[in-house]
Design a protein around this ligand. Structure first.
Ligand code: F6P
Length: 322
């Protein structure tokens, strides 16, 4: 193996730089040249890349975002875009490609490999943690810590005013950010897409609130069927007009910031193992970590939607927040 490519794709996530650094330095260790494509698949279509060396990735392990930049490439969703990307990769004579991204990026990798049979491996990079075949995706740990810090601050003001806060967190189709941050911040309510009919149970719970704690926090995942924090706040207001309610949508603050220690180590492990996986003949697989072990999951399986949250955590949340 002489030359590989690497790119970051989809929504950025803290730890992508740490992963990239590990990919580059592991490849250099094995005398492999690394081409870093800019702006995800856009860079492959436009043949825009930089040759990455050990020094190109110096001083980035602690930085959020991605130095390669990223994109949700619309052109790569077209047949023409994928064909152009495949042609460019062939002409560059790459022996392998590392994709750092989420489900959309891995679906793109599946399409790409239909046109050019280059070995591709993926490092799970998304704050949503919604990929099958890994306990944690790159960015998730940092994102939940960012959310918890925000919720702690909101608790101070909520408690001072005896208010109810409805907080919307990211998670387009998944409630994993919402669940862990709700548990860690002692939130009273949780609304996530994986648990159906939960608005009704939240309203039941609210009726008992009147006699207990003076501040309440309800965490809503953006993908929940309730339609988001403002709609939930309206619903609570309609049922309990006496509550003083405020809404905070945390938004993209969840995607930025310095990665946590755990993030940096896990992202490095994924990047390091991506290169050794290519050397070992793996292809079309995502590298993940389950129970501290490196696991390889075919892209087709990795992108399957996670339908269920950990039932033990859900039950514990119910008990502890009652
Ligand atoms: O996929 C990660 C994520 O942060 C989701 O939680 C969120 O719905 C989405 O990206 C937002 O994407 P964009 O920054 O492209 O609006």
């Amino acid at each position: 193996m002489k030359k590989i490519g690497v790119l970051t794709s989809g929504g950025d996530s803290p730890g992508m730089n740490a992963c990239l650094r590990a990919v580059v330095r592991t490849a250099v260790h094995h005398n492999i040249e690394v081409l870093g494509f800019l702006r995800g698949y856009e860079g492959v279509i436009d043949n825009k890349y930089n040759i990455l060396t050990t020094t190109s990735v110096s001083g980035i392990i602690q930085r959020g975002g991605t130095i390669l930049k990223t994109a949700r490439s619309e052109r790569f969703r077209t047949d023409e875009g994928v064909k152009t990307a495949a042609k460019n990769l062939k002409e560059l004579k790459l022996d392998g490609l590392v994709i750092i991204g989420g489900d959309g990026s891995f679906r793109g990798a599946i399409e790409l490999s239909k046109h050019y049979n280059i070995p591709i491996v993926g490092c799970a990079g998304t704050i949503d943690n919604d990929l099958v075949g890994t306990d944690f995706t790159i960015g998730y740990d940092t994102a939940i810590n960012t959310v918890v810090e925000a919720l702690d601050k909101i608790r101070d003001t909520a408690e001072s005013h005896d208010r109810v806060f409805v907080i919307e967190v990211m998670g387009r189709d998944a409630g994993l950010i919402a669940l862990r941050s709700a548990i860690a911040s002692g939130a009273e309510g949780l609304l996530v897409p994986e648990l159906k009919r939960d608005v009704n149970s939240l309203l039941d719970k609210i009726k008992n609130w009147r006699t207990s704690k003076s501040s309440k926090i309800v965490v809503v995942a953006e993908g929940d069927e309730s339609g988001g924090a403002y709609k939930v706040a309206d619903l609570i207001k309609a049922n309990c007009p006496e509550f003083d309610i405020r809404v905070t949508v945390l938004g993209h603050i969840q995607r930025g910031g310095n990665p946590t220690c755990m993030e940096r180590v896990n992202a490095s492990l994924l990047g390091y193992n991506a290169v050794t996986a290519l050397l070992g003949g793996h292809k079309n697989e995502m590298i993940g970590i389950i129970d501290k072990k490196i696991i390889y999951t075919p892209f087709e399986k990795a992108v399957k939607h996670i339908e269920e949250l950990n039932p033990d955590l859900v039950k514990m949340m119910e008990v502890l927040s009652s």
